[in-house]
Design a protein around this ligand. Structure first.
Ligand code: SF4
Length: 123
């Protein structure tokens, strides 16, 4: 089961997870052109080897260890993680569209600072 990045990454994009991922499956990296414009970072589910290194690296607890453990409010972002492909404009746009729809449908979570958003997932 792949790891999943969720909405505390929105407004954070810390990239510590990118630095520790042993298989380079978290994108965009800071050296990729999409980094400046994307709303959050994404984990490629087919490339993730479930090592778990990214979870403690994330300063805002944005990463869940499986699609099953991803909270109900975050389920749509599973597809966004799966769709994103570095360097493929159409795939990037599809993923970002899902994230923007998520933001529009969860004003409650977006009103919470990113560092406190993971705690709000359980409520
Ligand atoms: Fe990368 Fe490991 Fe995190 Fe998967 S679990 S995204 S392989 S650091």
């Amino acid at each position: 089961m792949p790891f999943v990045i969720t909405d505390p990454c929105i407004g954070t994009k810390d990239s510590a997870c990118v630095d520790v991922c042993p298989v380079d499956c978290i994108h965009p990296r800071k050296d990729e052109p999409e980094f400046a414009t994307t709303t959050m970072l994404y984990i490629h589910p087919d490339e993730c080897i479930d090592c778990g290194a990214c979870v403690p690296a994330c300063p805002v607890a944005a990463i869940y260890d499986s699609t099953d453990s991803t909270p109900s409010s975050q389920k749509t972002l599973i597809e966004a993680n799966a769709l994103y492909r570095a360097g493929e404009a159409a795939a990037v746009e599809k993923a970002e569209d899902i994230v923007k729809a998520h933001m529009a449908s969860h004003p409650d979570l977006m009103a919470v600072p990113p560092s406190e958003r993971a705690a709000a997932h359980a409520k």
